[in-house]
Structures are given as structure tokens and as C-alpha cells.
Design a protein around this ligand. Structure first.
Ligand code: F6P
Length: 504
């Protein structure tokens, strides 16, 4: 079936289901609790509380078929140019395994293994150096993934304590460096381009604070700029054009993870992701977890018109997941033109937001339960805690279960203030335990779902030109902020605000 016909069929399904309450869909088909769920490696996923039924799901799978999701996965993993606006492949999958037999992917995997061997040596070197703390300097994709993985997985008494510095606001640097001893601290400057203003400024600040260049390391795809910055090749690790920033924690960008968990932990993270790479390539559509996640997002966005998506980890260790997913999803899918440059015909990215349960139940959940906008949610839970307070964990899981049910079913009342409309869909992702393998699988799942959604929307998931204009304007305004007349902006509002900032 052609794409447009499949989309028309989907619209008919959505119209059919519009008057049917989610609670009715669930009550009419109790078997969906099992049938709308998948177990893939360490990930269990339930879509039973999504506002579709079996017929609508079939229409979604037919749409996926018409969009050739399976072919798109192969093209990405085989190293074809899936980022045509920059003429690049997106081979993050080659960083974690050899899922593809394609020569380009094989060559990339060999490069990744060589970099990992060098990374292992650097980890040993830092561990043996008497250093107790490491400051990781980077921003966006050169920060969020390592920061999340370290926050989620680092042991409570690590051999090396990791600290993360991203913001150009030097209050951040002051906070990070306060209490650290420069003589027992190393720093790693992580930047694919090595041109990022925030990272270079912070790198220079920390280098001056260290007072000794010998404990300064770098990760970059630009060895020339690293050398110009003054970090020698033996203390720098490579990355490549074929790794996108927000897909890069699996490369040497993950050095902070390896420093915090050891190389063994980092390799387990890669292996967890590699298993999902194989799954997304080999599993048929109906058993394909990233495809379910992407199709569910498409359903909520384009058939039900939901403009936002909440991500709600019920595990303190995953508190940084919403921020990580904001970049992954919104930088990848925040596009208005298709791969060929023509305007999209469908709405694309939703606003992703969220926070950790149970805290958020006492902040924005009121709006989720009774607000006028329906916000689909991804709940994420971990069955076994890594602490000894079983009662707390039971309370956490009880809340996790309760929220999904309350949102879906609601509860009528004669008092309109006390009525819960329900009909608010959610998915549940459940991990057995939070270890490097499971986290790797979880992040790879979202990466693949993001790419598949880009295929459904026909947009490029791997460029991010939208962030460039603001960066350029900021650079142009710097001289004026320094008091020079050069670089005075033409825009009257910016001029007026600048005058106020300068105290003219
Ligand atoms: O914010 C835009 C961006 O280009 C991200 O895509 C990237 O992860 C981040 O900046 C950092 O870039 P770099 O690693 O080159 O410093």
C-alpha cells in the first residue's frame, strides 16, 4: 500500500476510535495487557494503555511497511548517507558492535575498536596517576549522555569522582571546581568540532585552574584544533564525522563513563545497545520494539494531535533521562522540511519534558490528570532496586502503577472539581535492574525510535542547522558587549537591550 493510502487508512481508524474512551478500549479487550507488550533483552515494554486497538495497530504496521522502516534501518546501519544535508552516514551503531556486514560499517567498527583500546590505556593511566577527581568539559551531545550514564551507574565509592561542566556561565565552573584540589584533578575537554564557544572557554578556565597541562585530555574529531589548543595526540582520543553529537556517548565521548565505571562497565553499556541494534534490524515489525515506540509516537502526534510528550522515570538514578532525551529527540526531529528540502506535510517533533517520580507527582501531575491538554507519557521503572530499603521501593512501584491507571481510566464524580477525565495514554518501560547493559539497551531503543520517526516524517534526524543562527548572532554581539562600537546590531530591540546591558 502506498504511503498516502496507508495514512488515509490510519486517519479513518483514529476517527473510529475518537469517541471511544481509553478505559473502554482496555475493558473490552483485557488480553491487550499481554498482547500489547514486548520483552526484548532487559527491556519490558507495555503499550496496553495507548489509545489504539488491534485494528488501529494493524493500520499503523501497514503504514510502517509503506514507509519501509526495515529498509531504513539497514541503510543507517550499513553506512549509507542518511544525513544528506551534510553528506554523512550515521554509524553510531558501528561503535558498539558489528551488526552490519557492509564494508563501510565494518571499517567504522574497526576504527571504533582501535579507539576503545586507546581509551582503555588512558583510563588505566588516569587511574594510576593518583588523581581522585575528573572534570568533564563539554556541552550538548558531548555532555548529556556521559553525564546521564555516570549519574545513573557510578558506584557510591568510585575510584574516580566525575564532575561535569557544560554551561558558559562561570557560576557553573565555580560550583564544579569548589572543593576540588587542582593537584589531584584531571580534566577532559570533549568536543566533536572543538569550536564550541562554551567548551573552549570552560576548557581554558579549567586549564588555568589546574596550573598543569599534563592532566588535560581531549576527545574530538578535529585533531588539528586539539593540538592548537595545546593537548598532545597521546592525551587525545578520536571521533569521526559519521558519529552525530547526540549519538556519541558510545564513542570516546564516553571516556567519563569509562573513567567512572571502568572499561568493563563501558563495554557492557555498548553490548546492551548492540543487542538492540541487532533486534531492530532483525525483528519483524510486530515484535520490533523501536518500531512500536516510533509508531506510538506517530499515532499520538499525527492522529491524535498531541503536542507534547512526558518522560517520567520512577528511579532517582534516571533523573537526567528527560534532559538527555530532550536533546536526542528534539534536536533530531525538530524539523520543518523533508530530506529533499520541501516543507513537511505533517506536524513533526513534540515538546519532550518530564522529571523523576515520585517528585513530579507533587508538581505538574495535577495538569496531567485534569488539564485541558492530554499529555502522553512514557513511564520508566526498575523492578529491583540497588538499595536495601525494600519498603521504599514498593512505595515507588505502587505509585508508578497507580499513575498509569489513574491517567488512563480516570474516575467520574458528581463534583466536577473532583472528577478525573482519564483517557490519558501512557507506555511503561520496565527494566529488571539498572545496570550498564540495561541502560545501553534503553538509550539505543530511544535512538532507534527517534530515527524511525524521522523516516515516518521523511525528515533528517542527523543534522541540526536550527542551532546555528543563534550561535552566530552571539559571536557577532561579543565585541559590542565588550564596549566596542563594532558589531552594533541592526535590530532595534537588540540595540536597546544591549544598551541596557552595557549601562549606556
Ligand atoms: O547544540 C548544537 C551542537 O552542535 C550539538 O549537536 C552538539 O552535541 C553540541 O553542539 C556540542 O558540539 P561539539 O561536540 O562540537 O562541541
Amino acid at each position: 500500500m502506498a504511503r498516502e493510502a496507508a495514512l488515509a487508512a490510519l486517519r479513518a481508524e483514529a476517527a473510529r476510535l475518537a469517541p471511544v474512551h481509553l478505559r473502554t478500549l482496555i475493558a473490552q479487550d483485557p488480553a491487550r495487557a499481554d498482547d500489547f507488550a514486548l520483552q526484548v533483552g532487559p527491556l519490558y515494554a507495555s503499550f496496553a494503555r495507548q489509545h489504539y486497538d488491534r485494528r488501529a495497530l494493524e493500520a499503523l504496521f501497514a503504514f510502517a511497511q509503506a514507509c519501509d522502516l526495515a529498509g531504513a534501518v539497514r541503510r543507517q546501519q550499513d553506512g549509507e548517507i542518511v544525513n544528506p544535508s551534510e553528506g554523512r552516514a550515521a554509524l553510531h551503531t558501528a561503535l558498539r558492535g558489528d551488526v552490519s556486514p557492509a564494508p563501510v560499517a565494518r571499517a567504522a567498527h574497526a576504527q571504533a575498536l582501535a579507539a576503545q583500546a586507546r581509551m582503555a590505556a588512558l583510563v588505566e593511566q588516569v587511574q594510576a596517576s593518583g588523581v581522585t577527581d575528573v572534570v568533564s568539559i563539554g556541552i550538548g551531545g558531548s555532555d548529556l549522555g556521559p553525564r546521564l550514564a555516570v549519574d545513573a551507574l557510578a558506584p557510591r565509592a568510585p575510584r574516580l569522582r566525575l564532575h561535569f561542566l557544560s554551561n558558559v556561565d562561570a557560576h557553573a565552573a565555580e560550583r564544579v571546581l569548589a572543593g576540588l584540589d587542582p593537584a589531584r584533578t584531571a580534566a577532559v575537554v570533549i568536543s566533536k568540532t572543538f569550536t564550541t564557544q562554551e567548551t573552549l572557554l570552560n576548557g581554558r578556565l579549567v586549564r588555568a585552574w589546574l596550573g598543569d597541562d599534563a592532566r588535560l585530555y581531549a576527545v574530538s574529531a578535529s585533531p588539528g584544533r586539539v593540538a592548537a589548543f595545546g593537548i598532545p595526540p597521546e592525551r587525545s582520543l578520536p571521533m569521526w564525522d559519521w558519529v552525530g553529537g547526540r549519538y556519541s556517548l558510545w564513542s570516546a565521548v564516553g571516556l567519563p563513563i569509562a573513567l567512572a565505571l571502568g572499561m568493563e562497565g563501558f563495554r557492557a553499556l555498548l553490548a546492551g545497545a548492540a543487542a538492540i541494534d541487532r533486534h531492530v534490524r532483525e525483528a519483524p515489525l510486530r515484535q520490533n520494539l523501536p518500531a512500536w515506540l516510533a509508531l506510538t509516537a506517530f499515532w499520538n502526534r499525527n492522529l491524535l494531535g498531541r503536542a507534547t510528550q512526558a518522560v517520567l522515570p520512577y528511579d532517582e538514578r534516571l533523573r537526567l533521562l528527560p534532559a538527555y532525551l530532550q536533546q536526542l529527540v528534539m534536536e533530531s526531529l525538530g524539523k520543518s522540511v523533508r530530506l529533499d528540502g520541501t516543507p513537511v506535510a505533517l506536524d513533526t517533533v513534540r515538546v519532550w519534558w518530564g522529571g523523576v517520580g515520585t517528585d513530579v507527582q507533587h508538581s505538574f501531575f495535577q495538569a496531567l490528570h485534569q488539564g485541558t491538554q492530554v499529555v502522553p507519557a512514557d513511564f520508566i521503572g526498575v523492578r529491583q532496586a540497588a538499595h536495601a530499603h525494600a519498603g521504599h521501593h514498593r512505595a515507588l512501584l505502587a505509585n508508578l502503577l497507580a499513575q498509569g491507571e489513574a491517567l488512563a481510566n480516570g474516575q467520574p464524580s458528581d463534583d466536577p472539581h473532583r472528577a478525573y477525565p482519564g483517557g490519558r495514554p501512557s507506555s511503561l518501560l520496565l527494566l529488571d535492574r539498572l545496570d550498564p547493559g540495561a541502560l545501553g539497551a534503553l538509550l539505543a531503543l530511544y535512538e532507534h525510535a527517534t530515527y524511525l520517526l524521522s523516516v515516518l516524517w521523511q525528515v533528517n534526524a542527523f543534522d541540526q542547522f536550527g542551532v546555528e543562527l543563534g550561535k552566530q548572532l552571539a559571536q557577532r554581539l561579543l565585541p559590542a558587549l565588550q564596549g566596542q562600537d563594532a558589531g552594533m546590531p541592526d535590530d532595534p530591540v537588540t540595540r536597546a537591550l544591549l544598551a541596557r546591558l552595557r549601562g549606556d
